[in-house]
Write a protein that binds this ligand. Structure first.
Ligand SMILES: Nc1nc2c(ncn2[C@@H]2O[C@H](COP(=O)(O)OP(=O)(O)OP(=O)(O)O)[C@@H](O)[C@H]2O)c(=O)[nH]1
Ligand SMILES: [Mg+2]
Length: 336
């Protein structure tokens, strides 16, 4: 097998995942995505859980291969109405499909326009513009102290479990620190999940500081923050400073409207945010609006979550995943 290429395989357990990764990539593996294979009908009760894993050797670029399919069918759309300028028509389609004005402006800035061009070509070149812009992002690698922050209920804890599982599959043992202000006595999902995986979990303010020290990698689960509350934002920042957290990940639900997403992204400086994660992609049909945050949001895309599994349903293949979900509103194209 060519070890430079991505590897896709199926496995039934963490041990099987680790074994396959080690056999193919040695210690240098990197998991790109894990999907839980959904079974239908009665067989789902009889068969063991199975995962599909995509992995790469460490030096392979995280985002992997990009699908070649164009965003729309092979039909040719010719400008039907000379009265509305062609550029305006294209903008209208893109805007109604959920793309932001700054993104369109950046696209049109680099695209010399001729009135008699074909609309499918323009939309395809917009698709390539998205891909190229992503490839030009300066995406930061996550550091050793990673905290997930965001509004209440977005999926911070569940996403943290997915990240812990990924570390464990790679043979690592990070420490988990709960900064959630609650004293659950180890009865919450995160504590139980860590206990099952043999991961040390500490409750800030309850466990002694000395016990954290031996772990090089630390993952922090912060309680939900009200982004409209300055005091809450400041106290979160102070806490992350005290813990010297270098990777501060904004976690947001992809279903949120753009006003609220804008509000959360406006706290980048206050919280010294570095990365972002979008969740609930499985429940989102219109993910086009996410491009503006991925390309112009000034945070490095970390991964996407698309399901409720504790160990699967996430991908760090952000570019191909989003390209696959990107759609131009078909009703508008019917006019052309
Ligand atoms: N369908 C779907 N559900 C998700 C996803 N991520 C999280 N959830 C669900 O969203 C709910 C909230 O998830 P949590 O991880 O508890 O959210 P949280 O941000 O930690 O919540 P707080 O700690 O209360 O702020 C749970 O029911 C999760 O199963 C996702 O990507 N897809
Ligand atoms: Mg939580």
């Amino acid at each position: 097998m060519d070890k430079r290429k991505n590897l896709r395989f199926r496995a039934r357990s963490a041990e099987e995942i680790i074994r396959t990764l080690k056999n193919n990539f040695g210690e240098n593996a990197r998991i790109l995505s894990i999907h839980q294979i959904k079974r239908r009908g009665l067989t789902r009760f009889l068969k063991k859980t199975q995962f599909e894993i995509t992995a790469a050797a460490g030096e392979v670029h995280l985002q992997g291969a990009v699908p070649q399919d164009p965003p729309i069918g092979a039909k040719t759309f010719i400008n039907p109405s000379a009265s509305i300028p062609f550029k305006q028509q294209t903008q209208r389609i893109l805007m109604h499909s959920g793309f932001s004005q700054p993104l369109m402006d950046a696209f049109f800035e680099n695209k010399p326009f001729q009135e008699q061009c074909n609309i499918q070509e323009i939309l395809n070149s917009f698709f390539h513009f998205l891909q190229k812009s992503y490839e030009q992002l300066n995406i930061k690698e996550p550091g050793q102290r990673i905290a997930l922050v965001g509004p209440s209920g977005v999926g911070k804890t569940l996403t943290l479990c997915k990240l812990i599982a990924q570390e464990v599959f790679l043979g690592q043992k990070p420490a988990v620190i709960k900064l959630d202000g609650e004293q659950s006595g180890g009865q919450d999902v995160l504590s139980m999940f860590c206990n099952i995986l043999g991961i040390s979990i500490f409750q800030e303010g309850v466990d002694q500081y000395i016990s954290y020290g031996t772990h090089s990698k630390m993952l922090f689960d912060h309680e939900g923050i009200n982004f409209f509350d300055h005091d809450a934002v400041n106290s979160c920042n102070t806490k992350l400073d005290q813990w010297s957290v270098d990777t501060r990940v904004l976690v947001l639900n992809a279903l949120y409207d753009t006003d609220f997403l804008d509000q959360c992204f406006s706290k980048i400086k206050d919280l010294k945010l570095t990365h972002c994660i979008f969740t609930h992609l499985d429940e989102t049909t219109h993910s086009n609006k996410l491009w503006q945050y991925i390309l112009k949001g000034r945070l490095s895309p970390y991964c996407l979550s698309f399901g409720q599994s504790l160990t699967a349903d996430f991908t760090s293949h952000v570019l191909p995943y989003l390209l696959n979900k990107t759609k131009i509103t078909e009703d508008l194209l019917k006019l052309y």
